[in-house]
Design a protein around this ligand. Sequence first.
Ligand code: NOJ
Length: 580
Amino acid sequence: MTASLPDAPWWASAVVYQIYPRSFADSDGDGIGDLRGIAGRLDHLELLGVDVIWLSPVYPSPQDDAGYDISDYQGIDPIFGSLADFDALLADVHTRGMKLVMDLVVNHTSDEHPWFIESRSSHDNPKRDWYWWRPPRAHMEPGAPGAEPTNWGSSFSGPAWDLDERTGEYYLHLFSRKQPDLNWENPEVRAAIYSMMRWWLDRGVDGFRMDVINFISKAANADGSLPDGIVRNGALFGNGRPHYVCGPRIHEFLQEMHREVFAERPEMPLTVGEMPGVTVDEAVLFTDPARGEVDMVFQFEHVDLDRGVDWWDVHPLRLTDLKASFGRWQAGLADLGWNSLYWDNHDQPRVVSRFGDDGEFRERSATMLATVLHLHRGTPYVYQGEELAMTNAHFERIDQYRDIESVNHYAEALAHGQADEGSLLEALRAVSRDNARTQVQWDATENAGFTTGEPWIAVNPNYPQINAAEQHDNPSSVFYYYRSLITLRHAEPAVALGDFTMLMPDDEAVYAFLRSHGQTELLVLGNFSPEPHPVLISDAAAWTGAQLVLCNIDGGAVTGASSLPELQPWEARVYRRQVG
Ligand code: NOJ
């Protein structure tokens, strides 16, 4: 575990590891990962050296959206174990010097949550106003085509409203119809959520990753109605985002949450807000410590750069776009606020398949990508399997997919003639969330050592070659390279705290930047291409004799004097020198 640096919050020098429990490790042979499975694999995380574990949802859930549809905020779903299993895991994590952060999903609940069951029961139920109930569009019959209160589409296809026959009104669900949106305008809702959060903190958890937390404030009209969104050419629905991304009361709500839940806690729980569509300027407001909102946000700009009109429209990344984006975020949050840094999570395809080369240069491109990310200023997040350079699933057929977003999109686009089967499967192969959701590959035994049963989604067939057991035994593996990066962040204040300067912003192959802190300067270089490339920086000569701290070729030579030779395909280097 990291030692905190003076004058910096503990998480500035920390690395977070995300566990997606259903795919991490299965202890009971039902084919789904569970808490005891996680407990059985903590050695892997301790050896890796991460400081914090973020657990994707393990609460009771109908699993419509793989646990992001919660029916009880204060329990554990039996597929994952029990509260006793959770307490045991938490204690073990703490004993090993790590922290544990829960997923907080409070933009919506499951439709099977008792709050929603009550709310839908009648117009005058005391919890009616806990959700967004609205009558049909003026002068239209409930259920008539187009009678939804607004034209918004849901993130998982279809309209964002569902009719409840019993009361003849619609409820809002920005995600699946089984994920009704909570009404944060109602103070009782907020109080119930804060109380639940305190309950987890009192139990010992070390913070929260907050799911789509910048969607909780909706911009209603004065009469309580919600506005329609613009319908882009060829789209089936309007875009509601301008009416709920960073809405009018978002800062007020987060400040209230901070006061009610976090402010009095000397242990400084970690708070990270997942915020699709957040801008740099907004992120400064969210993460300025003086404002008391959240410690850091997950922004999406860099993972949208290889997309066109929508998520399914994939094109190659231009490195200059990536540098411009990261550069702007580094500069924008340099003085106030804090970045979180990620390539992968349970919603994104695997980075080695996406921005690297998951064939010939899999290990080298994965470690180059890791180097570039981890050497930025901010808190890095490692998603399970990323430290092994696990690849996309490369599924061939629609029946191999499990994710509601992928399956619904495929059905809707086919039904409306928006795309043919072949191009839809091709898009899914590149972007489906299931790419990240295949099981962690532990060893070369059947089902990658994940389960003795029937896995809930097909294990990636490349597990005999790519697995943790092989990498634990191999000091030049991707796993040990990640370990070196984490060790470097813990040991070198310039990594955690140094200023950031982008170099070679117009180069389409080499990613280069400086980090400087006191007398120490680091030069970080990454070749994003399968060709050798020169390093064209103005003061290259000044780096002659600098220490090579990290390199992803030949198992990572760690010392030695050198000038700046051409970078080999997908090579990464980090140099250190003392200045002044
Ligand atoms: C973001 C989560 O990361 C994703 O997995 C989920 O489907 C949506 N929010 C809805 O909760």
